[in-house]
Design a protein around this ligand. Structure first.
Ligand code: SAH
Length: 270
């Protein structure tokens, strides 16, 4: 979860998307377009989460919400039957997503669509599985769980990854940093209680290993950052964007004992 990303997309959620300066929008796309992932994760983690899901057939319909360029979607598609619709509100990400699906010859089963997670293009009880890695925070964990539930069939699953606290207490610096950006960051038991309250059975939770942040997320960003800075040389906003991203990474290295990403898998039973 890139904190600058939260800042910029938050603005987009709250205001009309057309009010956003063109450069903000382009920044995010440019910055992330050439990375395989736009949030912490790994193919191994996607497969581990998938291992808890037992209801899929060739006729299943899966949604990957906030799919980005589709790194995790393609892994899912290669290991799960059925059709997958990826939803993201950045057209640049969806273009890349559909190109990636084509390259892997998955275009008949995997389609990327531009759309918003607060207005999903599905019918009630249409989906067998809702997937969302590092993206539900955009709508909010609780709101996403509640609003997306109606699209799931009875017996359907939801699998989301979400930033969470590992301990009851933590140093003020890291607490304040994340709470300011995303006040729903909470401990794992509190998150699980929210899942139960939203009408699902919690099936599994597991913490994403550190390499999901360091090797799979921050390391590729280092190269991207250099290219990005060269491209936007002298642009204060671009420099600020990169500086915030560096700061988030530094905080992660310093405080990773206290927080991280957690995968939550749950089932709708009634
Ligand atoms: N799942 C991907 C991307 C995570 S980054 C991965 O793990 O790599 C979060 C994604 O959510 C971004 O691609 C962003 O464009 C998307 N997003 C943010 N707000 C959204 C909204 N309201 N509706 C749909 N997608 C949104």
């Amino acid at each position: 979860m890139l904190s600058v990303y939260v800042k910029y997309t938050k603005t987009m959620d709250n205001e009309n998307i057309t009010n956003i300066h063109e450069f903000d929008f382009n920044f995010i796309c440019d910055f992330f377009l050439n990375t395989e992932r736009q949030g912490p994760g790994s193919p191994e983690v996607t497969l581990k989460a998938l291992s808890f899901i037992d209801n899929l057939t060739d006729n299943s319909h899966i949604a990957d919400i906030g799919c980005g360029t589709g790194g995790q979607t393609m892994v899912l598609a290669q290991h799960a039957p059925g059709h997958i619709t990826g939803i993201d509100f950045f057209p640049g990400f969806i273009d890349r997503f559909n190109r990636n699906a084509g390259k892997l010859n998955l275009q008949d089963r995997v389609k990327g669509v531009v759309g918003s997670m607060d207005n999903l293009p599905f019918r009630e009880e249409e989906l067998d599985l809702i997937w969302s890695e590092g993206a539900i925070y955009n709508i909010g964990f609780e709101r996403g769980l509640n609003e997306w539930r109606k699209y799931l069939k009875t017996g359907g699953y939801i699998a989301v990854s979400e930033i969470s606290w590992f301990t009851e207490q933590r140093p003020a610096e890291i607490h304040n940093f994340w709470m300011e950006l995303y006040p729903e960051v909470d401990t794992i038991p509190n998150k699980v209680a929210r899942i139960q309250k939203a009408g699902y059975i919690p099936v599994a939770t597991f913490i994403l290993p550190e390499i999901c942040w360091t090797e799979h997320y921050y390391a590729p960003l280092a190269t991207v950052r250099e290219k990005f800075l060269a491209e936007y040389a002298g642009n204060k906003n671009a420099e600020e964007f990169v500086a915030s991203s560096d700061h988030e990474e530094e905080l992660y290295r310093r405080y990773k004992e206290f927080y991280g990403y957690v995968f939550y898998i749950a089932k709708k039973i009634v």
